[in-house]
Write a protein that binds this ligand. Structure first.
Ligand code: B1M
Length: 214
């Protein structure tokens, strides 16, 4: 039987094929996909982060672990985000300018799709102006979802919201923010409508906010 520990080790060591095989094995054994994600794969990212902080590993090792994580998430995707028949409207999502982290943002996008949103994913390193342009192209957008993973890029969240204000578009959308350094008090200070700590709670919050078709 594939243990969560073995999955975590495969992800940590960047062993893509082994990670995918072990995840498939765990699914066949009936392990809950959320448990595989949280206790196997996300736990591995925590270990990687800690090792990086301790100077035991460097960026290349973080990168290969991230690749294995992405391969694993692709296997879990159909289980985590089965398509909803409800249509709740559009979400524009992106990771802020200067920030290349996208695993968490991709999970949020996946979960939002799962509860019935149409997600326009701008990717990583998204300048404030790009959020504004995309909203102009899609004025029926319900939510702007902003992800930031670095203490050095968190300021971009504020700049993005300010750019939306300057364009006169702020009040037509709900703004959700998140990512490891983001907190509720930070979200309040930049005038966001919601802070959620993880992908599941982001989808839940958005689903409740847009609970009826409009
Ligand atoms: Co980077 N990195 N990284 N990294 N990296 C962290 C974030 C770090 C904490 C590692 C550490 O020092 N321990 C640290 C940041 C420190 C800080 O700012 N306080 C760090 C650093 C320093 C860096 C570089 C500067 C390293 C360097 O070059 N010297 C560099 C920056 C590059 C850049 O962005 N400009 C860098 C680069 C990278 C890689 C490219 C190698 C790779 C990213 C690959 C990729 O994403 N495609 C990478 C990785 C993998 C990590 C760690 C190890 C893992 C991140 C991750 O994917 N976690 C990370 C350490 C850690 O997190 N413990 C680290 C799993 C993911 C599911 O969690 O993204 O937090 P997370 O998402 C969560 C929540 O935050 C939330 O939901 C998700 C869970 O459900 N969430 C939202 C996220 N967005 C949300 C939006 C919402 C709501 C919730 O609403 C809109």
């Amino acid at each position: 039987m594939a243990s969560l520990q073995r999955i975590a080790e495969a992800v940590e060591n960047g062993k893509n094929k082994e990670a995918v095989d072990l995840i498939n094995e765990a699914l066949r054994d009936g392990v809950d996909p959320q448990t595989i994600l949280k206790d196997g794969m996300m736990a591995a990212m925590e270990v990687i982060g800690q090792r990086f902080r301790d100077n035991e590993i460097f960026v290349p090792e973080m990168l290969v672990a991230a690749r294995a994580m992405k391969k694993g998430v692709a296997v879990l995707q159909p289980y985590l985000a089965s398509k909803s028949s409800v249509q709740r409207g559009k979400v524009i999502i992106g990771t802020v300018e200067g920030d290349l982290h996208d695993i968490g943002k991709n999970l949020v996008a996946m979960m939002l799709e799962g509860v019935g949103f149409e997600v326009i994913d701008l990717g990583v390193d998204v300048p404030p102006g790009k959020f504004v342009e995309e909203l102009k192209r899609n004025p029926d957008t319900k939510i702007i979802a902003i992800s930031a993973l670095l203490t050095t890029t968190i300021a971009q969240v504020r700049l993005t919201i300010e750019a939306l204000k300057e364009a006169g578009l702020r009040d037509q959308v709900t703004i959700m923010v998140g990512g490891a350094p983001v907190t509720q008090s930070f979200a309040d200070s930049v005038g966001a409508d919601a802070y959620t700590p993880d992908a599941g709670s982001a989808a839940e919050w958005a689903k409740n906010r847009f609970s009826v078709l409009s």
